[in-house]
Design a protein around this ligand. Structure first.
Ligand code: CU
Length: 114
């Protein structure tokens, strides 16, 4: 009798284990995987100047110019990026993030997180 109880307990554990795996598989399919967006800094312009992303996505800026630039916003800021250097920020909250280059404040960009 005790043996049967242990056996049925194992069956229940095994079954719940399987359903947990099943749910995990489903949720990964339903939620989009975080992606990375790239923005080039070229000729003192952020390209593209406006990007729409989803919460959880990240953005990587790459300086393609032969002189330094930076990215500065209320919520994030990079150090000075020389040629070829990159800066990555992950946007966890929805909202509109406007940023400039701290060295050239007329350089403007915007990230819309949906
Ligand atoms: Cu700049």
């Amino acid at each position: 009798m005790k043996k049967l109880f242990v056996l049925s307990l194992l069956v229940v554990l095994f079954a719940s284990g399987c359903s947990l795996f099943g749910n995990a598989g489903k949720s990964t399919d339903m939620n989009s995987v975080p992606t990375n967006r790239t923005i080039d800094i070229k000729n003192s312009v952020f390209m593209p100047s406006t990007s729409s992303i989803k919460a959880g996505d990240s953005v990587t800026w790459t300086n393609q110019d032969t002189f330094a630039h930076s990215i500065k916003a209320d919520d994030f800021s990079s150090s000075e990026l020389t040629t070829g250097q990159t800066y990555t920020f992950t946007f966890k909250k929805k909202g509109t993030y406007e940023y400039v280059c701290d060295l050239h404040p007329n350089m403007k960009g915007k990230i819309v997180v949906e």
